[in-house]
Design a protein around this ligand. Structure first.
Ligand code: TXA
Ligand code: MG
Length: 362
């Protein structure tokens, strides 16, 4: 076993960790646990039945592969990689810089791999990361089991950034949730493929494109960014792309490059004959919408998404869920710059949005 048990916060007792680890090693049940990005729904990546439990609890399409979480490179080598296999050099600098942390890499798998075929969903690769959250790493180290773990939301719902979100979506379907408090990153890990040339950014996330360019080494300077969406019939590099995602019950409208926030909102409501008296409206503001509380009629819910991409990352999924709790019908969200942490936020927002309003002038 990995002998270094990371420091555990007082949020989850050693006893709770042992109970969860015992469940993972002696049953095919799955457990909700915190990571620095979002809460995960973990089950043994080496056991078909446990992986089936994950897909079942989430109601996830089985052609969308899962990320395998390990507690250390040593565990990755002992439990997953073929003896003597060297992690490709393209990843070395990234691993040094970002593991443990919100970076997922693809490694090749073959027939002989101990990883369940249900985890990889017929891809020739397996996605792997070492989370930095102490509870996640302690759970994986204690059970000494690589955990396949998608985000612990019901399929299509916004990813969970608090234990209560997991409870809301999965109560009655899983035996335990470890509550580690709110996630600090708030969006999922960055998924990169360094096996192809040039390498690809398959999903923007907690590690920014700028950070990859800065630390990845020369081969990453030509990184290709995968398309945001793909049609259902198209073969895609990262299967998650083709599914509806991150959707609250409310309709989300994304505003980008709008010169004057209040004018843009007012115009949208007029054009679409929407009255704040009959439609419960929420406004999420980043910068230009700062005075949006002054538009006519009552805005039922008004929140700061965040002034920076990082703040917006931390708040986005929680706010989408809060809007549902308030019975909101329509969420008007002001986009953020697609730089640094903002790229991942805009990726999630454009998938959540039914409509995008661009560049409405005052
Ligand atoms: O931050 C995270 O990554 C969270 C936490 C729990 O670690 N997990 C997460 O998992 O977001 P999930 O299942 O919601 O998203 C995994 C993404 C999907 O877009 C999936 O298509 C992609 O990773 N993926 C997984 N394995 C892949 C593979 N072999 N090739 C290409 N894409 C893969
Ligand atoms: Mg997910």
């Amino acid at each position: 076993k990995d002998d270094v048990l990371p420091h555990i916060t007082d949020k989850v007792s050693a006893e709770s960790l042992r109970i969860a680890a015992h469940e993972l090693t002696t049953t095919t049940n799955v457990v909700g646990f915190p990571t620095e990005t979002v809460y995960g729904l973990g089950g043994s990546a080496l056991n078909d039945e446990a992986v089936r439990s994950i897909y079942r609890a989430k109601n996830r399409p089985s052609d969308n592969p899962l990320i395998v979480h390990v507690s250390s490179i040593d565990q990755l080598k002992r439990k997953i990689l073929p003896a003597g296999y060297e992690i490709p050099a393209a990843y070395h600098k990234l691993i040094e810089q970002f593991w443990p942390g919100p970076l997922t890499i693809l490694l090749p798998v073959d027939e002989a791999s101990p990883v369940s075929k249900l985890v990889t969903a017929n891809q020739p690769t397996v996605a792997v990361r070492i989370p930095s959250h102490p509870i996640a790493r302690a759970l994986i180290a204690l059970s000494d089991t690589p955990l396949a773990a998608p985000s612990a939301n019901a399929s299509t719902r916004p990813s969970p950034t608090m234990a209560s979100h997991v409870y809301h979506d999965l109560q009655g379907k899983i035996p335990y949730i470890l509550d580690g408090g709110p996630c600090t990153v708030g969006v999922e890990s960055t998924v990169v493929d360094g096996l192809c040339k040039p390498p690809m950014l398959l999903r923007p996330g907690g590690v920014s494109m700028e950070e990859i360019l800065l630390h990845g080494g020369p081969e990453w300077s030509h990184t290709v960014v995968a398309k945001k969406t793909a049609s259902a019939s198209e073969p895609v590099r990262t299967p998650g792309m083709k599914y509806r995602h991150y959707s609250p019950t409310a309709k989300v409208v994304l505003f980008i490059h709008c010169g004057d926030g209040i004018a843009a909102i007012a115009k949208y409501l007029t054009d679409n004959q929407i009255s704040a008296h009959t439609t419960k409206i929420a406004v999420f503001k980043s910068s230009k919408f700062a005075g949006a509380d002054q538009i006519s009629g009552d805005i039922a819910m008004e929140r700061e998404l965040g002034r920076t991409g990082q703040e917006a990352s931390r708040n986005l999924f929680r706010l989408l869920r809060e809007a549902d709790e308030h019975g909101i019908d329509l969420i008007l969200v002001e986009g953020v710059e697609e730089t640094d942490a903002g790229l991942a936020v805009m990726n999630r927002l454009s998938k959540a949005a039914m409509e995008t309003v661009e560049g409405v002038e005052a």
